[in-house]
Design a binder for this molecule. Structure first.
Ligand code: NDP
Ligand code: 8X3
Length: 260
């Protein structure tokens, strides 16, 4: 029996762009009420209006930085005041900042990645998981990466953060043993979003080159997998999905001939 997400509440962090936005749209299309978050206020409110108009689901929007623990807690408190216990938390907000040898790394880039990809994910989980545990159900999705399985040169700190996500997925699952709450890390390879634009600090030409010569994953491909995982029946816990574009078989093996 397929589980349904209709009428449930899902928190999606990083919903202003890429994977988070595609996921918020798909969940909303399937009748799920969404709580969308991100730092870019205009994008968040535009998405809220679009989803309400297009799908008629309930949408709440919160504009904050996941690196700010108090702001994460304020969102959780506000939900609780409204009597909403999210059934789903999608910890998607994240980034790579820079790509260079570790001895040339920018420590501000390191802090952005560590504070967002690890600490932001932890804050959101710490703020929302207790209510799920209390109600005895829920589903957490972590957006990890193939970068959390194998390291490529100059990826150093980004890899460290995604290896941490892999460890946290295992840890969360262990700590939730004996509950009905499930946790899954979805780990994509190259997906064309604003990811590379952010990584290369706004250099659009460099970002474009990352996706040349092959068909990368689309944000919607990852959203499809998230939906599949969320719709599995309550006795099924898919704990990890690794997905590459067909043209990429590992972080090292690509076909960039333009054929695939
Ligand atoms: P995008 O840059 O398109 O989207 C990133 C999202 O994260 C934006 O909505 C951004 O919103 C949000 N975000 C970033 N920092 C913060 C912050 N401090 N506080 C709140 N929100 C934040 O990239 P993707 O969609 O590709 O990235 C989403 C996730 O997928 C990341 O965790 C990334 O590591 C992971 N991933 C991406 C892959 C890829 O190739 N694209 C492959 C594997 C994993 P805003 O700026 O408005 O705050
Ligand atoms: C993003 C995938 O290969 O650019 O996490 O690191 S990769």
């Amino acid at each position: 029996m397929k589980g349904s997400i209709k009428g449930k509440w899902a928190v999606v962090t990083g919903a202003t762009s890429g994977i988070g936005k595609a996921t918020a749209c798909l969940l909303s299309q399937h009748g799920c009420n969404v709580i969308i978050t991100g730092r870019r206020a205009e994008r968040i409110s535009a998405l809220r209006d679009e989803l309400k108009t297009q799908y008629g689901t309930e949408v709440l929007d919160y504009c904050f930085d996941v690196r700010n623990r108090q702001a994460c807690q304020m969102m959780a408190d506000d939900l609780s005041k409204r009597g909403i216990v999210p059934h789903v938390l999608i910890n998607n907000a994240g980034l790579a900042a820079g790509k260079c040898k570790i001895y040339e790394g920018d420590t501000e880039d390191w802090e952005r990645m560590i504070d967002t990809n690890i600490k932001g994910l932890l804050y959101m989980t710490r703020c929302l998981l207790p209510a799920m545990v209390a109600q005895g159900k829920g589903h957490i999705i972590l957006i990890g990466s193939t970068a959390g399985h194998i390291v490529y040169p100059e990826g150093n700190v980004y890899h460290a953060t995604k290896f941490a996500v892999k460890a946290l997925n295992e840890a969360i699952n262990l700590d939730l043993a004996g509950t009905r709450i499930r946790c899954c890390s979805i780990d994509p390879g190259a997906a064309e979003t604003e990811f590379s634009l952010v990584r290369f600090h706004g250099d659009a030409e460099k970002a474009k080159q990352v996706y040349e010569g092959y068909t990368p994953l689309k944000a919607e491909d990852i959203a499809d997998v998230i939906l599949y995982v969320l719709q599995t029946p309550p006795h099924v816990n898919i704990t990890n999905v690794v997905m590459y574009p067909t043209a990429q078989r590992s972080v090292y093996v690509w076909d960039k001939s333009g054929l695939i």
